[in-house]
Ligand binder design. Structure first.
Ligand code: ZN
Length: 285
């Protein structure tokens, strides 16, 4: 691996500005998972869960375990016991993984209120759902650092994404499906893919953060628990330190978001991929 240089160029790949919550849900859809690791209730940090998706399905024998469906935060010891049992089951079935509070299992259940003809759908924090066109393009060009997992398209609307979003009677964006016509055969529209970035979340402005010795939560000097986990969606800086640069084409940097290399930037622009916003990042020593 060559050393990162200040002459390299990187962009944030992000969601375009939306007028309001309704437009956001109408265009980008809603993501849901059936099973996942419960949150952890740490005596020092309080209850919290991360936002990671795992590349594997829930082990068969745990699908009747209520704790994986309701995901209510568990005390530290019970959490550790459950994770250890799950890790053993996963090792026997598919993968060697270290589980974290809040992890979700495949597949992502995708509901999209507009007619899904766009390329990117920003229904999760960092990693978008994409159309087959994007998956095929990235695979063809051997883009590194990202993998694709087919989602279960549950509901899709029939109105073009550029229409005004219909308003549900309750006034809640989550109820938008009560106000729209639904495609009777959503299976004809896919496939769509959840993207997962392989590497860990890196910090845009420092090498690493101290972690809680009880629950493993990273401690930011200015933010506590959940506040820190959701900070990534606010006031995103356009500056990234050279030490945060990874050798893959795609990686995630905390508070910046999804970062792509110049090569991927070219693929996105040359193919006019839709529903994405590119912002060049300033690289600093
Ligand atoms: Zn803790």
């Amino acid at each position: 691996m060559s050393r990162p240089s200040i002459d390299q160029r990187f962009w944030r790949l992000d969601k375009p500005e939306c007028e309001d919550d309704y437009s956001n849900v109408f265009i980008n859809g809603l993501a849901e998972y059936t099973y996942g690791i419960p949150g952890i209730d740490c005596p020092r940090c309080g209850p919290w869960g991360g936002l990671r998706t795992l590349p594997v399905e829930c082990p068969a024998k745990f699908r009747t375990d209520r704790r994986l469906a309701n995901r209510w935060p568990l005390p530290v010891e019970e959490h550790a016991r459950l994770c250890s049992e799950l890790e053993t089951a996963l090792r026997e079935e598919t993968a060697d993984l270290v589980l974290e509070p809040g992890d979700s299992f495949q597949p992502l259940v995708f509901d999209i209120p507009c007619k899904p003809t766009l390329d990117f759908y920003w229904c999760r924090f960092f990693e978008p759902v994409v159309a087959r066109r994007v998956r095929d393009l990235f695979v063809k060009h051997s883009v590194t650092g990202i993998s694709f997992h087919e989602v279960r398209l549950r509901r899709a609307g029939t109105l073009p994404a550029k229409s005004d979003p219909p308003i549900a009677e309750t006034g809640e964006p989550e109820d938008i499906f009560d106000a729209i016509a639904i495609e009777p055969h959503p299976e004809k529209l896919g496939p769509f893919f959840e993207t997962l970035v392989d590497g860990p979340l890196v910090d845009a402005d420092r090498a690493s953060l101290p972690t809680c010795e009880i629950c493993g939560l990273e401690k930011h000097p200015e933010y506590e628990g959940e506040e820190w986990l959701i900070k990534m969606d606010e006031d995103r800086p356009n500056v990234m330190s050279l030490s945060a640069v990874r050798s893959t084409d795609v990686f995630r940097a905390r508070s910046v978001g999804l970062v792509i290399s110049e090569r991927v930037h070219e693929l996105v622009t040359a193919n006019s991929l839709t529903n994405c916003l590119l912002t060049e990042l300033e690289l600093v020593p």
